[in-house]
Design a protein around this ligand. Sequence first.
Ligand code: GDP
Ligand code: IMO
Ligand code: MG
Length: 420
Amino acid sequence: MNTILVGLQWGDEGKGKIIDYLCRDKDIIVRFQGGNNAGHTVVINGNKFVFHLIPSGILREGKICAIGNGTVIDPAVLIEEIKSLSAAHVDVSPENLKISMLAHVIMPYHRLMDALREKNEIRKIGTTKRGIGPCYMDKVSRFGIRIVDLIDPEIFERKLKENLKEKNPLFKKVYGDKGFSFHAIYEEYCKFAKQLKPYACDLVDFFYKEKTKSFLFEGAQGAFLDVDFGTYPYVTSSTTLSTNAISGSGLSFVKADEIIGVTKAYTTRVGEGPFPTELDDATGEYFRKKGKEFGATTGRPRRCGWLDLALLKRSVILNNVTSIVLTKLDILDDLPCIQVCTGYKEKNRSCEGFPIDLARITPVYATMPGWKTNTENIRKYAQLPQEAKNYISAIEEYLGCPVAYVSVGEMRDAIIKKDK
Ligand code: GDP
Ligand code: IMO
Ligand code: MG
């Protein structure tokens, strides 16, 4: 059974926790897009692990984790992640971690370009400043440096020189920045290359031989950060949808049996851009505080609001989702009533179809009673308060898609399988 798991909102839906749970019966877990803009959290016995590049399946023994061609890799971050996992006695070796030769490498000039663009405020996106966008820019403009280039000193030297020849004058002219010395980057990155070489491989070839194994694809970000279908330009620079799982990993011989969409029981967003159900009030603050809504990568406070079913419906369609995982239901526990967005209005008239510009519309809400009961320790669906079950049924009905699991806490075991 092969599963693609994706976020249905603006990221941080709790994908890391669900990957950790689902990968128990999978053999191979693959990241296929994004880079260390992602922050996927898994909490085990009070110990918190935040993954930026390595799939969240690495914590389970006997699994193979892979970072596909569709990702962008900051070598320093990956090496640090390997080191800190090893320090926590998690086995990471070239046996269980494979990196695609074709993944692109984030260079210092990508990070600087990202930061300068944000500082310049011509079009502030509120990026993670990890160099993600500029690295993908070089990839599609055919100027990028891939892992396969990095580990060949001669090719790396040539490509780095070409890049600096173009980029240094640009940094100087446009941003008044002094740019980069070839030698400093070359030396630093050759050291990274040595450390990462044992992990680099032809993933297609490796996995073709393992094609009968079961695969779990770990999406990063979420549907509304997708570069095409998200709230452009306030998006990330990759395709975050399920369709990219295969091309971002090269595993075209692997057929997806199910597509799981993860959503919080409310909504959050980090960075700039429209967010129809955002709450700039005490309830928003309640979500932030109780839900510990601070970015796992940058620590920024996340913007919080009610669940937006109209948005989710679009994500379910875009991803061809076959079942939903609803996370953070416990965060709603104290609320006397809950609002859900069931559609949009523009200039006081109901929108027909999905609005391209979410900044121009206002949400239409339905109100449901809360349950005022602690759900964190519940492990059986039948034991959930009736109002919580009604909330879940309303979500299923609106989306036309079953909820398979409900997560009620950050701990590994705080998850409820919903009976069909
Ligand atoms: P991801 O990027 O989708 O993996 O999500 P993040 O890790 O960035 O953010 C999700 C946060 O919510 C993490 O701190 C998780 O530990 C936490 N979390 C996940 N599921 C639940 C849940 O059901 N209840 C609570 N209270 N916390 C959860
Ligand atoms: P996970 O995988 C939440 C957001 C940034 C910014 C926009 C563009 O943990 O869900 P980028 O650095 O990608 O160019 O920033 O995308 N963003 C995320 N928000 N979760 C993420 O990943 C994100 N990755 C990027 O905040 O608004
Ligand atoms: Mg996250």
